[in-house]
Design a protein around this ligand. Structure first.
Ligand code: UTP
Length: 275
């Protein structure tokens, strides 16, 4: 089944400048854990243990985070502080990491195409770790893997968003097949409210079938001059099938300052366990 998960983490994170001038936005902590680790934990929970990261300049801290720090291990060995390393040790013990670089930030579609060699010819998950998803039971990726087993086609996670935020998302039009599952018939990237085909917005979780790579290769730059994954997915939907899935859980847009603060408060109050 699906074993691989791609993390496009090459973006500049301009909304968090100056914090992200020399530090990847994916390393910003929600309380005591970097955003990207939440995403990797969600992937591992879904059985996606081959993690491929598409990084860029200035993102070395992400690779270091998932590597051994011998000096630190030596320093705190045997002390009570070792407990703070438990979660990252568990991640490192349960997953395998590969890295490639996106040389020019030409958009999410291009970042995914850069991950082609890490994925090969098999279906794979995609996690945009600045979307933090928290669920009571199965994580969003687990929910989507279950759905993939049934339908065997690309799946995008969606949520309903209010009118004033619709212009920030890729938005789908779909025919409802079952409660919360839609067959996609149209998709528009960052539409105005008038252009938006619905209030169902794509969030940063995908399962993609590998034919998406050749479709992206033939996808010209779209909105904002970037190679848009949404455009490639629309082509895939027209040729075959793409599903949209209204996931169960909460999403925080940690790519924005407001969402980041909201997530921090939520995790601190509901999840974080102080010593
Ligand atoms: P965003 O547009 O949210 O990220 O892209 P950004 O560009 O880093 O943020 P701002 O707008 O400047 O603040 C969504 C995801 O796609 C990745 C980003 O790292 C993020 O996880 N991405 C985007 C790439 O990897 N490469 C790109 O060329 C563009």
């Amino acid at each position: 089944m699906i074993k691989k998960c791609l993390f496009p983490v090459a973006g500049y994170g301009t909304r968090f400048l100056p914090a992200t001038k020399a530090m990847p936005k994916e390393m910003l902590p929600i309380v005591n854990k970097p955003l990207v680790q939440y995403g990797v934990e969600e992937a591992i929970e879904a059985g996606l243990v081959d993690i491929g990261m598409v990084t860029g300049r200035g993102k070395r801290a992400i690779a270091d985070h998932f590597d051994m720090n011998y000096e630190l291990e030596h320093q705190i060995s045997g002390s009570s502080k070792e407990q703070y390393l438990e979660s990252i040790r568990s991640v490192m013990g349960n997953a395998h990491f590969s890295f490639t670089r996106q040389v020019e930030m030409r958009g999410l579609g291009d970042a995914i195409l850069n991950g082609r060699r890490l994925i090969g010819d098999e279906p794979f998950g995609v996690v945009l770790s600045d979307d933090l998803c928290l669920c009571e039971d199965d994580g969003v990726m687990s929910q989507m893997v279950q759905l993939y087993k049934q339908f065997r086609c690309s799946i995008v996670a969606i949520q309903e968003v209010p009118d004033e935020l619709i212009h920030k998302f890729g938005v789908i039009k779909g025919e409802q097949m079952k409660d919360g599952i839609y067959s996609v018939t149209d998709m528009v990237e960052k539409p105005s409210l008038e252009e938006a085909p619905s209030n169902l917005a794509i969030i940063g979780r995908y399962i993609l079938t590998p034919d998406i790579f050749s479709i992206i290769e033939n996808t010209p730059p779209g909105k904002n001059g970037e190679v848009q994954l949404t455009d490639a997915l629309l082509a895939q939907a027209k040729n075959g099938c793409v599903l949209a899935y209204k996931f169960k859980g909460r999403r925080f847009d940690c790519g924005s300052v407001e969402g980041f603060v909201e997530a921090t408060n939520y995790v601190y109050e509901n999840i974080y366990k102080p010593e």
